[in-house]
Each structure stands twice: as C-alpha cells, then as structure tokens.
Design a protein around this ligand. Structure first.
Ligand SMILES: NC(=O)c1ccc[n+]([C@@H]2O[C@H](COP(=O)([O-])OP(=O)(O)OC[C@H]3O[C@@H](n4cnc5c(N)ncnc54)[C@H](OP(=O)(O)O)[C@@H]3O)[C@@H](O)[C@H]2O)c1
Length: 238
C-alpha cells in the first residue's frame, strides 16, 4: 500500500484554491486547506469532508501577507508531517480598479499586492523547502500566476496585479533553479479567466478547468517539468 501524498493549498477557502483542494482530496491525499480567516477556512474544510466521506482535509491558519503567520503555519506543518509532496501557492488579490493606469497607480497598492501575490509565495516556499525536499517522488511547487503577468503581450492594465504576477514568475524561475538541486519542481500556471469572486460572472472558464493544470502538475506531471509557465498543461511564453 502506498503512503497517501500530502499537499498544502493556500487561499483554499473558495474559488480555484477550494477546487484544487477538492480535487486533491479526491485522490485520497491528505490536504491542508490554508485560509486567512478561521471561520471561512474551517467551514470550507468541513464542506469538503461532508462532500467526500473519509477525505483527509485539515484547515491551516495562514495569511500569506503576514510573515509571522507563514512562520506559525510552517511550524504547525512541521509538527504534523515529515514530508510535503506539493505546495500550491494559490492565494491572491486583485485590487486594481477597473481601467486603472500605471500612470496613476498608488505605489502602496503595488506594495500591498506584492506582499500577498509575490512575497507570500516566496517566503512560504523558503520555509517549506526542507519538507518539500524530503518528498519521496520529488516535491512540487505551483505558483498561481496570470496571463496578466505575461511580459510578451503586456499592456497598461491592472498594473499592481500584473507587476506582482510578473515578479511571481521570476520567483518561479529562481526557485526552480535553486530547488532543482533538491529534487523539487517549481512552475507557474495561468488558470485562464475563471468564474470566481476574482474573475467575475463574465468569465468563460469553470473552477474545474482552472484547477486542472495545478492538480496535474502536483500529481501526474513528470518531475523533470520545472521552471515553466503553463496554461492547459502546455508551456506558454513568459
Ligand atoms: N479567476 C481568474 O480568472 C484568475 C485568472 C488568473 C489568475 N488567477 C489567480 O488564481 C488564484 C485564485 O484566484 P480566484 O479566482 O480563485 O480568486 P478568489 O475567488 O478571489 O479567491 C482568492 C483566495 O485567496 C485568498 N486570499 C487572499 N489574500 C490572502 C492572504 N493574504 N492570505 C491567505 N489567503 C488569501 C482568499 O481568501 P478570503 O476569502 O479570506 O478573501 C480566497 O480564498 C489567484 O492567485 C489569482 O490571482 C485567477
């Protein structure tokens, strides 16, 4: 009998993160459901367990914009598990007003967005690297990025969010190089435009479609696939 895999999904109380946690729990894995609000996190973990009898889903208090919260969560995880098979850095914010221009964007908004979308995933991965490096089949890290972070066709739109996701892609490349030596694969994913609170009602994609590539990367993709930016299981330009 093989040991069930263990995963942490950040910002998993709703949206794409919740669906990633749901799909991973369905594989029989032990899933830590990260959320910054205890009430919302516990409710989401309870809903998953009710939906999938026997699923191993545990709420983990984790505000990725707060270094002290990242440290507490990493300590809590290290006291419960010896290895981590996959970390899905999903938590994110999009606080640019519609139509906002780089020429008028408040620098504090960019700083705040970077704290959650870029520094959070980086610091959490630093803290969890020792557990990921011990994963028997090689640890996997997936950073939920966005087509809005793609430099190849970037325009003056959602500047704080775009800059944070481009920087997250740089974090992916740096971590892939550093962690490759420890057998850990690191990739960025654009989930497409997905119908969630962030994506809005007009988005054409379902959360199932948005979650597909992140789940595939941590469960089935070859360990040699690292340092890439993917959408629909295929590499796309940075
Ligand atoms: N939807 C799209 O079309 C789309 C497209 C491209 C990329 N993405 C990316 O996909 C990821 C998920 O997006 P989504 O559409 O599912 O968004 P969502 O529905 O707004 O959900 C975002 C999740 O992140 C959590 N979160 C925000 N700040 C956090 C923090 N500081 N610490 C911990 N959790 C935090 C939220 O928690 P609360 O409930 O507490 O707010 C929520 O659970 C994001 O990284 C996003 O940038 C989405």
């Amino acid at each position: 009998m093989t040991t069930p895999k263990t995963f942490l999904v950040t910002g998993a109380n709703k949206g794409i993160g919740y669906e990633i946690a749901r799909q991973l729990a369905k594989t029989g894995a032990r899933v830590f459901l990260g959320a910054r609000d205890a009430g919302r996190g516990q409710a989401a973990a309870g809903k998953l367990k009710a939906e999938q009898g026997g699923a191993t889903v545990e709420f983990l208090a984790l505000d990725v914009s707060d270094p002290a919260s990242i440290e507490s969560a990493a300590d809590a995880l290290a006291s419960k598990i010896d290895t981590l098979d996959g970390l899905i850095n999903n938590a994110g914010i999009l606080d640019d007003e519609g139509g906002a221009s780089i020429l008028a964007t408040d620098l504090d908004l960019i700083r705040r967005t970077l704290e959650t979308n870029t520094f959070g995933p980086l610091y959490l991965t630093q803290k969890l690297a020792p557990l990921l490096a011990k994963a028997p089949d090689g640890g996997r890290v997936v950073n939920l990025s966005s087509g809005l972070g793609q430099l190849s066709d970037m325009e003056d739109s959602h500047p704080a969010y775009s800059i944070s996701k481009t920087a997250l892609n740089a974090v992916t490349r740096q971590l892939a190089s550093a962690l490759g030596k420890k057998g850990v694969a690191v990739n960025s994913v654009c989930p497409g435009w997905v119908k969630t609170d962030m994506g809005g009602e007009g988005a054409p994609r379902t959360v199932e479609q948005g979650a597909d590539t992140p789940v595939w990367l941590v469960t089935e993709a070859p360990a040699s696939l690292t340092g890439e930016f993917l959408r629909d299981r295929k590499s796309i330009p940075w």
